[in-house]
Structure formats: C-alpha cells, structure tokens
Design a protein around this ligand. Structure first.
Ligand SMILES: Nc1ncnc2c1ncn2[C@@H]1O[C@H](COP(=O)(O)OP(=O)(O)OP(=O)(O)O)[C@@H](O)[C@H]1O
Ligand SMILES: [Mg+2]
Length: 268
C-alpha cells in the first residue's frame, strides 16, 4: 500500500478536493483505496457518506481517525465501506485532542498512525490522507506515515508566504522520522486563467521555487465546486465546454499523481 498525504497548514487551498479526486480516480482505475480524513471539519467524510459527523455517534462501529493515534489499535475494527467503493477512516469527536499539540518527536503519537495504517497495508493499494489546515503534531504524524505528500497552493499572498513553513515541517519530518518521504511538489490550484496577475504570480513562483512547483496545475472552474457539492468527481456527468476542460484537467492531473506514486502504470 502506498500512502499519499494532501497537506498544507493553510485553509481552503484544495486539499480535500484534490484528495477526493485522487480517490475517485484510483477506484475507477480498479485500485483498492483507503481514505483517511484527519480533519475535524469532516469535509471529505461529508462527501463520501453524506454526513461530516457520521463517526461522532456512539453507535458508530467502524475505525475512527482518533484510533490511529493509539499504536495498539488492531485490525479487528475495519474502516467504513462507502457507496463509492472507497473505504473511509472518518474523524470522530476525540480527533480534536490530537490536532492541538505542537510537534514532539519523542511522543508515541507521532509514529502511531504509521504503525496502525501499516496493519491494513495488505488490504489496499493506495491510502490517501486528507490533512487538516494545521501545523503541529497531526501534520508531523501524517507525514511520518506517508510515502509521499502533495501540497496544493492558490495564488494568494498569505498562502504563498506560509509555504516555506510547510516545507520546513516536511524537511524536519523527513530528517527525524521518515527519510523516504517524497514531496511530489506544490501544485498550483484555483488558477484564474483570465487574470494576467495570477499568471504572472505563477510564473514568478516557478522561477523562485523551480521544480518544487509541479509542471501541472488546476484552473479555477466552477464545475469543480459544483461536482464536489453533488458528491461526485468533476469528470462525471460533464455538461458544457468549461466543464469538459475541467474534467480533462482533473483526470489528467490525478492520473499523473497516481503514476508518480507507481500505483498506476505510465501511459507514455
Ligand atoms: N480548482 C478549483 N476550482 C474551483 N473551486 C475549487 C477548486 N479547488 C477547490 N475549490 C473549492 O475551493 C474550496 C476550498 O477547497 P477545499 O475544501 O478542497 O480546500 P481545503 O484545503 O481542503 O480546505 P480546508 O483547509 O478548510 O480543509 C471548496 O469550496 C472547493 O470546492
Ligand atoms: Mg479540507
């Protein structure tokens, strides 16, 4: 099982949207997919199950996100099978206790998600982790559990300013916990292709960060928001030329990421 995290501490960059599309894409390619929603907001859980708080009820019997922080958690309790064929580890009320802490390399919590997810490694081809908009212990723990991380970034000055801090956290976890962690790059998202300013910002970002910025990007398209609201990938039920462009872009970019993870064979 390959584990990929979609992470940045900044909110609203497209983590959940990209994580969900990667999951839809992988399932459609015939892969067995585990989706880990480590965000207390439960945005991805809402899209996959119809309720962001599905794991908050006392009668919820599937594996929950907070259980990942206890290395003793075994295989007896399984992730939730959703209608889309994606299995889900959903955020429960206890998850928030793990989000707060600052990074403590000696805490058993840091290594626990890697240990617990490892117990399910034979059940899945790909595990996708949707990160919360936070730095700190949870981010460090999910990076420690991942083979790769991808970082969406909008052309927003505050988001761009925060990117360096995330890169520092990735380097820190790589050095201290997970030397094999691969940063697939910063993927520009929500690019307004009609704005000369945004295009110029993207060009200067590419100059400043070089190959850290992925050669592919996601444009700002309403069809993406509409599709996620309708709980489906943007390439389903395509209607109109703008939607068609969005569908092609998301299909191609998700495929590229899956190929980079070596869970899909390259078509080239
Ligand atoms: N390329 C895009 N085109 C249009 N809308 C987009 C695009 N990418 C994301 N969005 C929209 O932007 C909003 C924020 O995206 P999303 O929830 O995926 O970000 P996030 O990084 O997961 O946020 P949070 O940090 O709060 O979890 C959502 O309404 C989503 O539908
Ligand atoms: Mg999110």
């Amino acid at each position: 099982m390959k584990v990929v995290a979609v992470a940045t501490q900044k909110g609203g960059q497209g983590k959940t949207t990209i994580a969900l599309h990667l999951a839809f894409s992988a399932v459609e390619a015939g892969l067995k997919v585990l989706f880990v929603d480590l965000d207390t907001q439960g945005n991805a859980t809402l899209i996959l199950t119809g309720s962001s708080r599905i794991a908050h009820t006392p009668d919820y019997t599937a594996l929950t996100a907070s259980s990942l922080f206890n290395a003793q958690t075994g295989r007896r309790i399984k992730p939730l099978a959703t209608d889309e064929g994606i299995d889900l580890i959903a955020p429960d009320a206890q998850l928030s206790e793990h989000i707060k802490g600052t990074i403590d390399p000696h805490s058993p919590e840091l290594a626990a998600p890697r240990t617990v997810l490892g117990k399910f490694a034979d059940d899945y081809d790909l595990c996708i982790i949707d990160a919360p908009p936070a730095l700190g212990q949870v981010l460090a723990a999910l990076l420690a559990a991942s083979n790769a991380v991808i970082t969406p970034l909008t052309m927003d000055i505050f988001a761009i300013d925060g990117a360096a801090e995330l890169l520092d956290t990735i380097s820190l976890v790589k050095e201290a916990e997970n030397p094999g962690l691969v940063h697939l790059g910063i993927v520009p998202n929500q690019i307004n292709t009609r704005s000369q300013d945004e295009i110029a910002t993207l060009v200067s970002l590419r100059q400043a960060y070089g190959s850290l910025i992925t050669p592919y990007a996601f444009s700002l398209r309403y069809a993406v928001k509409a599709a996620i609201s309708a709980r489906k990938p943007v390439w389903r039920s395509v209607n109109g030329s703008s939607h068609r462009k969005a569908a092609q872009e998301w299909k191609d970019n998700c495929r590229t990421v899956l190929e980079q993870l070596n869970v899909l064979e390259s078509q080239q």
